[in-house]
Design a protein around this ligand. Structure first.
Ligand SMILES: Nc1nc(=O)c2c([nH]1)NC[C@@H]1CN(c3ccc(C(=O)N[C@@H](CCC(=O)O)C(=O)O)cc3)C=[N+]21
Length: 273
């Protein structure tokens, strides 16, 4: 289940809206804030910068190394009327809290749905931007016509950026949702019951062929840097021999995530001022 075709569709619509906004004197602008040298995050920033350039969206990357630096950067971006969207990259520096730092991102600019206010609104069913990665999982399932209602979705991983919001979005679509994590004793016993398996643990190759059943549709959210400088998912590609379908890494969730993040930026720009 490639994500490239869906990403292309989303990008075309986003480029058209960006051109319209720019013509009206309001070019959409995204600020990316990063304080890590993580390979997955670097791949994301490359992907965002390239897609933004193609779509006519302005994109600035602010690099810092400390929580204090992040605080200062977010505070100034929050007040800058030219900036419509802000994403703070994880992982964060040791000791920094995403929840605390993300409170500095105004909800209208919170294009990756990271602030406690955005998360609360999402869970309560009020308008907010959903985290782009979690939204990409649902967009891929819809694109390939995978039924969610009444089916068993198993999410492996409980991060605030992916696992928790993906579980909520699946729940809203009437799936029965189980969340597994590093302290789940017999992971395979649970994942083998999944109609839909979302792997978002951040551990390369965690999910093997013995974790899936012939009916399982597997969405691989992992973006683990390989020693060769590439990306590997959380799912062993050998899973394709057993499961009903699998999203590849690269070329699966990643491109859709980037496209949806930029869609949020044009939506934020359209709403602003
Ligand atoms: N607050 C926050 N939200 C995130 O969503 C988030 C984050 N922090 N930190 C880092 C991870 C990683 N991540 C990726 C998204 C897209 C690609 C992507 O577009 N990958 C391309 C390949 C790009 C390449 O190989 O250079 C693909 O899969 O085909 C990669 C990685 C989002 N993350």
């Amino acid at each position: 289940m490639s994500g490239r075709e869906l990403a292309k569709e989303v990008r075309a619509a986003v480029a058209a809206r960006a051109a319209e906004l720019t013509k009206n004197g309001r070019q959409p602008r995204l600020a990316v804030v990063t304080a890590n040298d993580d390979g997955g995050s670097a791949a994301y920033i490359r992907s965002i910068s390239a897609a933004a350039a193609r779509e006519g969206i302005a994109c600035d990357v602010a690099r810092t190394t400390t929580a204090t630096g992040i605080t200062a950067t977010l505070t100034s971006l929050a007040d800058d009327p030219e900036v419509h969207g802000i994403i703070l990259q994880t992982p964060l520096p040791e000791g920094a809290s995403l929840a605390a730092l993300a409170t500095l991102i105004p909800v209208q600019k919170d294009v990756d749905g990271a602030s406690p206010e955005s998360i609360g609104r999402l869970v309560a069913g009020l308008p907010a931007f959903a985290p782009a990665t979690a939204e990409a999982v649902l967009a891929l399932l819809d694109h390939y016509g995978v039924e969610l209602r009444g089916r068993h979705a198993v999410v492996v991983g409980r991060s605030v950026v992916v696992g928790k919001p993906a579980a909520h979005l699946l729940l809203d679509r009437h799936a029965t949702v189980t969340i597994c994590h590093s302290r789940t004793p017999d992971l395979a016993a649970i994942t083998r019951q999944a109609d839909i398996l979302v792997a978002a643990a951040g551990r390369a190759g965690l999910i093997g062929p013995w974790h899936v059943s012939p009916g399982t549709t597997v969405i691989d959210v992992g973006t683990n840097a390989t020693p060769e400088g590439g990306l590997a998912g959380d799912v062993d590609p050998a899973v394709t021999g057993v499961a009903a379908a699998l999203t590849p890494v690269p070329g699966g969730v990643g491109p859709v995530t980037t496209a949806l993040l930029l869609r949020h930026v044009v939506e934020a720009a359209a709403i602003a001022g």
